[in-house]
Design a protein around this ligand. Structure first.
Ligand code: SAM
Length: 204
């Protein structure tokens, strides 16, 4: 795991406070964000029969809001063993699978194909070459009409680029071109000075 997330996960007692590591100020904020993120998926066609791959599942933002109703297959992965172990204990169901992935390798080998793959607040902490490598792999996991949902920071950030990975417009364009995916921008909002957060779908 990269140093930024290693330090973050090591510094948190997620048994008492499972929401802080993901940047939420309170449990209520985590729950509100969970419902908002589910609605965004539903807006692009997700339903509870879909197969969903949730990369960077953390401590379960998406599982929290889909657990009771989900009928399709849910796969959640994260670079954090601690996060994955936590989700495995909290969200136990036959159609729920959690596993640890590597920074640039998701590594699904059972042939499951997904209707949706989501990267919520994940590429916002990854570098250009990492994003390209991951997106290329995702093409092999998507059903022909499947969709990836991902957000990105565009703009220049002067601090730790793992905290806020601000991509230049050229870099973002290169990611889309090299991944060979079709881009749709769903929203584009100011995040902070000189940084925009864009929410996208990517399809084959
Ligand atoms: C800001 S949190 C977002 C968690 C969750 N997706 C959400 O929206 O609430 C970022 C998560 O992505 C994970 N992560 C960062 N880079 C990753 C990568 N390359 N592959 C998988 N998970 C990653 C981190 O460990 C962390 O759990």
């Amino acid at each position: 795991m990269n140093d930024f997330f290693q330090k973050g996960w090591d510094s948190q007692n997620i048994e008492d406070n499972y929401w802080s590591i993901l940047g939420f100020a309170s449990e209520q904020d985590f729950k509100t964000a969970s419902i908002r993120k589910l609605k965004r998926l539903q807006n692009i066609g997700f339903n509870f029969n879909s197969n969903l791959l949730d990369v960077g599942c953390g401590t379960g933002t998406i599982p929290y809001s889909i657990f009771n109703d989900m009928k399709g297959k849910y796969y959640g992965c994260d670079i954090s063993e601690k996060g994955v172990e936590y989700c495995m204990r909290k969200y136990q169901k036959d159609n729920f699978t959690f596993f640890v992935n590597e920074q640039t390798n998701i590594g699904i080998i059972d042939g499951t194909q997904f209707d949706f793959i989501c990267f919520y607040s994940v590429f916002t902490h990854c570098y250009e070459d990492e994003i390209i490598a991951i997106l290329k792999q995702c093409k092999g996991y998507l059903k022909p009409d499947g969709k990836i949902m991902a957000d990105f920071f565009i703009g220049k950030y002067d601090g730790d680029n793992r905290y806020i990975s601000g991509l230049s417009q050229e870099s973002f364009d290169k990611i889309i071109q090299e991944s060979g995916l079709e881009l749709q921008i769903l929203s584009n909002k100011p995040f902070q000075d000189n940084i925009q957060r864009i929410l996208t779908t990517l399809s084959l």
